[in-house]
Design a protein around this ligand. Sequence first.
Ligand code: ADP
Ligand code: VHF
Length: 386
Amino acid sequence: MAKKKKIVVKIGSSLLANSEKLTLRYAFLNGLLSDLAQLQKEGHDIILTSSGSVALGLNMVGKRPEDAGILDKQAAAACGQPLLMNAYRQVASEHDMEVAQMLVTVEDMEERRRFLNIKNTMLRLFENDIMPIINENDSVATRDLRVGDNDRLSAKVAQMVQADLLVILTSVEGLYDRDPSDPDAVFISEIEDVTEHLESTTGISALGSGGMLTKMQAANMAQNAGVETIIAEGIIERPVSSVLKNERRYTRCLVTGEKASPLKVWLSNRLQVAGTLVISNEVAAAVIAGDCGITRSDVISIQGDFTKGDVLHVYTEDGDEVARGLTNFSSEETMLVARHLDMPVEDLIGYKTKSDIIAAENILVLEENHLQHDAPEDDQKIVVQL
Ligand SMILES: Nc1ncnc2c1ncn2[C@@H]1O[C@H](COP(=O)(O)OP(=O)(O)O)[C@@H](O)[C@H]1O
Ligand SMILES: N[C@@H](CCC(=O)OP(=O)(O)O)C(=O)O
């Protein structure tokens, strides 16, 4: 048998729901699960990231996709998710497959302990050949704290389980050099650096959330994690195995470069910013050169209300994000120890700890192919020039 693979498959709303009636497309679901059941029998571990709860719940809350606000969508997700899972369960059982639901939020994925716990649950499900079906817990996620699209969520899942492949199934054959509604659009079958293609991706299908842009962002996250991404059309016979057997065209985002450690990958693929540090350009150059942590005397200003163990984004004075790392101090402690350089850390915060704000082993230096966050506006809870 060919090598057993861990494959994350992402299904967009436009595949699962009929855009006019907002009802489930059973024929699609049946074809998909028949294909996945076969792959499972061949020994592969499959994880599904499935959208569709909002689209399938909109009828119950009396809204159309184009006029539904965020609260309508959260209510629709609460109505649609059980419909979606019920359908998955029924159809899966016709193919002798067991499925399980996991609903997660961005906080679950970005808090290290919860992230590892989700991973362990998934690995436990694999032991019993149960396919996890993941979706964002849309009804509880707050406006500012949402993954917002399942493309990036699926990349986080692929990173979490160190998948061999991420397959994003959607309503188009893959990436084009511009919106494919333009008749001159040219198909792109292979991509080395996805960051070069972010500009060409405006426009979404009637039910989709992020269009091709979030698929490219997801492919970038997967690339950072050493996972290859395939973007392919979903409404097709054997939608996943036809890709694995190279029977049709699709876009393949290659993995280049060395695979980073799981901690460094987790640091690189952030969707939320807990806090930021600004350091001088000289200190930044030393951090980039490697092997040095960020000490309290390096900090020029801090932003955010963070706690020990949060991931901080590190910027130069020019506003360029250069690194990310796990902080040893809360924002209040950072302020205190950085302001009173003449006093021992222990005297200031009341307990013994390592004195680096971020230790060298917990820093990830961002390379050019990492998507960077823009430097935040000065409107976060705490902004302190030191
Ligand atoms: N450069 C591009 N290449 C391919 N598709 C694109 C591009 N720019 C925009 N799109 C649009 O992205 C849409 C797919 O994304 P989306 O609607 O979010 O799907 P899904 O529901 O599967 O996540 C397609 O309908 C397509 O028109
Ligand atoms: N969590 C939402 C899906 C959000 C989303 O990313 O949708 P899509 O762009 O269709 O994959 C839902 O279940 O409706």
